[in-house]
Write a protein that binds this ligand. Structure first.
Ligand SMILES: Nc1ncnc2c1ncn2[C@@H]1O[C@H](COP(=O)(O)OP(=O)(O)OP(=O)(O)O)[C@@H](O)[C@H]1O
Ligand SMILES: [Mg+2]
Length: 419
């Protein structure tokens, strides 16, 4: 009986049997752990972007509870910091303090009535300066971004899409407030919505009473951000301490972890942080939004996040979103087609997707959204803690994330870090 010997290149074998022969990414940092098909696995969005392996440095990490997502992020940032990268984290569970301490920083705690204020409308000036050369273009860009954010916050507050009259009222309120105040605050917008001046509405053929009534729901919901349970957070000019361009910036939002306002606050903080790090620094920055499902719960805020990700692209910021399920990207919205576009957009803007264990009901969506084969998707429910499927551009890897003993202190919050 004759024997057939089939010869093929690793690329050919890899395309026939995914995982059988993984092709190294060809970069020399950052070490993640072990490629389960042999060798070490390294990943760095900036190096991969430079090498043309990926066209977007953004990353999404998905996985069931307790599979090691945050641990991966913490050690990844720790290792990135060793190469001089700036590390910024939105920390809704308050678990990145030990990492901050290890990197010589302290987390900043944002909570109602606390010492820090974050003015959602103050955040884009630096970004607008870098986005447009001329002053008028910069002003237009700034206005547009502020209106996008105001719309997103308002839609999240009223928990539905805005009506045309509400959107128009916001636009007029922002125009009026920008003309009257050097630093526009949310309180100014609320004032303009509740008591619009005649010249701000008479061009659109809407009566004073109609406009005021039409904008009332939005105005009263926004008012809760400033005077309600969140008072003492968004109601003032941004604290100078928050505007510092830090090498390590951990914003602890755990005081609002169970609040419905968490997503709104995370969207404001993301936008604010992106504007600081886009406009001022030239360094490479990793911006982590852990528990990002909170932002994605609302279509308006999710849309805003997606736009921010696009803006950050190629400006030295790699955004990293951490979720539980792929379907978090398709959370219920009024308009499911809009929501689907957001999920597709976020994933297509994230050419590194790390998938930890997923339940069976997520598999077909995972295969479709991540562009992995059904065989690869079938592995997902079986992945043990610390093992993830990495999709980098068009390549797929099965990687075991390795921890050093020093790093265990960063991920284990029970253990004392120092001494
Ligand atoms: N690579 C790893 N090797 C060994 N143990 C790990 C690894 N990664 C995480 N762990 C352990 O698993 C625990 C849970 O990890 P982690 O908090 O990172 O999970 P998570 O996926 O972020 O969970 P959640 O969805 O609840 O936020 C950690 O406290 C850590 O002790
Ligand atoms: Mg976690």
């Amino acid at each position: 009986m004759s024997k057939y010997i089939h010869e093929a290149t690793t690329i050919q074998i890899g395309s026939i049997f995914p995982f059988v022969a993984s092709k190294p990414l060809g970069i020399d940092k950052i070490l993640i752990g072990r490629d389960l098909l042999g060798g070490l696995f390294l990943h760095d969005p900036f190096e991969l972007y430079k090498a043309g392996v990926i066209t977007s440095p953004n990353m999404v990490i998905v996985g069931q509870i307790g599979r090691g997502k945050s641990s991966l992020v913490k050690t990844y940032l720790y290792r990135q910091a060793a190469f001089g990268r700036q590390v910024v984290v939105l920390d809704p569970k308050g678990e990145y303090g030990p990492l901050a301490t290890c990197l010589g920083a302290e987390p900043i705690y944002l909570y109602p009535g606390g010492p820090y204020r974050l003015n959602p409308l103050d955040m884009m000036s630096a970004e607008s300066r870098s986005a447009s050369e001329d002053r008028a273009g910069g002003e237009r860009h700034l206005f547009k971004r502020r209106l996008e954010l105001l719309t997103a916050i308002s839609a999240a507050c009223v928990q539905r899409n805005l009506k045309p009259i509400e959107y128009t009222a916001l636009e007029y309120a922002l125009t009026a407030a920008s003309g009257r105040h050097t630093t526009v605050l949310l309180g100014h917008i609320i004032e303009e919505l509740l008591y619009p001046f005649a010249d701000s509405y008479n061009q659109i053929g809407v009566g004073h009473e109609e406009l005021t009534l039409g904008a009332r729901d939005v105005a009263l919901e926004l008012r809760r951000l400033v005077y309600g349970e969140l008072a003492g957070m968004f109601d003032g000019a941004t604290s100078p301490e928050l505007k510092l361009n830090r090498k390590v910036f951990v914003l602890d939002l755990s005081a609002l972890y169970s609040s419905p306002a968490l997503g709104i606050m995370m969207a404001c903080a993301t936008s604010f942080i992106q504007s600081i790090y886009t406009g001022i620094t030239k360094g490479k920055t990793l911006l982590v939004v852990d528990e990002a499902w909170a932002v994605l719960q609302n279509a308006g805020v999710a849309r805003f996040l997606q736009a921010s990700w696009k803006l950050a692209r190629s400006r030295g910021i790699a955004n990293i979103a951490v979720l539980h399920r792929i379907s978090d990207l398709e959370t219920s919205g009024e308009d499911s087609s809009v929501q689907n576009k957001i999920s597709t957009g976020l994933l297509s803007d994230s050419e590194t997707v790390i998938c930890y264990a997923q339940p069976h009901q997520e598999l077909s969506l995972a295969a479709k959204s991540l562009g992995i084969t059904n065989e690869e998707a079938a592995l997902l429910p079986t992945l043990r803690k610390g093992v993830g499927l990495w999709k980098v551009g068009s390549r797929t890897y099965l990687v075991e994330h390795k921890l050093t003993s020093a790093e265990k202190a960063i991920i284990d919050t029970d253990q004392s870090l120092i001494g």
